[in-house]
Ligand binder design. Structure first.
Ligand SMILES: NC(=O)c1ccc[n+]([C@@H]2O[C@H](COP(=O)([O-])OP(=O)(O)OC[C@H]3O[C@@H](n4cnc5c(N)ncnc54)[C@H](OP(=O)(O)O)[C@@H]3O)[C@@H](O)[C@H]2O)c1
Length: 286
């Protein structure tokens, strides 16, 4: 779709202070959308503004505060957008973070914090936007899931559970909204070079007395190595940009080598064999 088809169209993106959200905001602005770039802390806006300026699209980026875990913040942001623009054409539910650790050792508080942002936050933003899209009888919702939404890995229980919840939610939502012309898509990235690992799993302190110590160290070594060699996150923003131009998109878009291989592996191999491959991959990081 060239920008003449998108001018006057609006895209709401959550979590645009860094990573995929930031790049997606710039990419969609480049495609002609008026992008409402939301973040929970507007003091983190400078990187987005400087990248938008460099790309020559800063006039199409409109900053707004939104913490997806705060229902007042979600409601008031969506109300301001509809008042100012009258419509929301694309919603990219991107905000998220990763809680890791072995299941027994992750506190219930951390479990809840993970679900509050990655799942209930996404549900809250979607529910706020649905009446607008339903009445327009048109819209596109892109939910950023993960390779962890396709398969649970050891040491990633909370993150996997939150992304599996996003996957099931998106399957239901897609079928409920298709009669209203609202399309729902899952983007499932493998590992990409964004700040997510430093903010979450990278900061885990290993408890020397833990019965899971060695296994957790294995997972952390694997994650560190993968994060260091991970590809450019622009691939994900570009994919999201391309999806906005598809009139009848698929449900799932795995992106990155890990996700695509896992998708094929799950279709072809018995689960026991996949488990062995995952265990071998983790050991290989030693
Ligand atoms: N990078 C990967 O390898 C990878 C792979 C698969 C899926 N993903 C998914 O991609 C999405 C984006 O992650 P990323 O890799 O781009 O990481 P990132 O650079 O850390 O970006 C995450 C964004 O979400 C925001 N956020 C966190 N909690 C929020 C809240 N309560 N309300 C509003 N915004 C909030 C962060 O804001 P702050 O700056 O304030 O923290 C940040 O803007 C996440 O859903 C993640 O699970 C990432």
């Amino acid at each position: 779709m060239n920008s003449s088809h998108t001018s006057g169209r609006t895209a709401l993106v959550t979590g645009t202070s860094s990573g995929f959200g930031l790049l997606t905001a710039v990419t969609l602005a480049g495609k002609g959308y008026q992008v409402i770039a939301t973040m929970r802390d507007l003091s983190r806006k400078n990187e987005l503004l400087s990248q938008a300026e460099q790309a020559g699209v800063h006039k199409q980026i409109h900053l707004m505060t939104m913490d997806v875990t705060d229902s007042v913040s979600v409601q008031s942001a969506v109300a301001s957008i509809t008042e100012a623009y009258g419509r929301i054409d694309v919603l990219v539910n991107n905000a998220g973070f990763a809680v890791g650790g072995f299941i027994e050792e992750v506190s219930m508080e951390e479990w809840r914090r993970q679900m509050e942002t990655n799942f209930f936050g996404l549900v809250a933003v979607t529910k706020a936007v649905l009446p607008v899209m339903r009445e327009q009888r048109e819209g596109l919702i892109i939910n950023v899931s993960s390779v962890s939404g396709l398969s649970g890995f050891p040491g990633y229980g909370p993150y996997a559970a939150s992304k599996w919840a996003v996957e099931g939610f998106s399957e239901s939502l897609r079928q409920e909204m298709s009669p209203f012309g609202v399309r729902v898509v899952l983007v499932e990235p493998g590992s990409f070079r964004t700040p997510i690992w430093e903010k979450g799993i990278g900061g885990i302190q290993v408890n020397e007395a833990s019965p899971y110590k060695e296994k957790l160290e294995e997972v952390l070594r694997y994650s560190r190595r993968t994060a260091e060699t991970a590809p450019d996150p622009r691939q994900v923003a570009d994919l999201i940009g391309r999806i906005t131009a598809i009139s009848a998109p698929k449900l799932r878009y795995p992106v990155g080598k890990g996700s695509r291989m896992l998708m094929i592996g799950k279709a072809l191999l018995p689960w026991k064999m996949l488990e062995r491959i995952i265990a071998r991959g983790l050991k290989g990081a030693n």
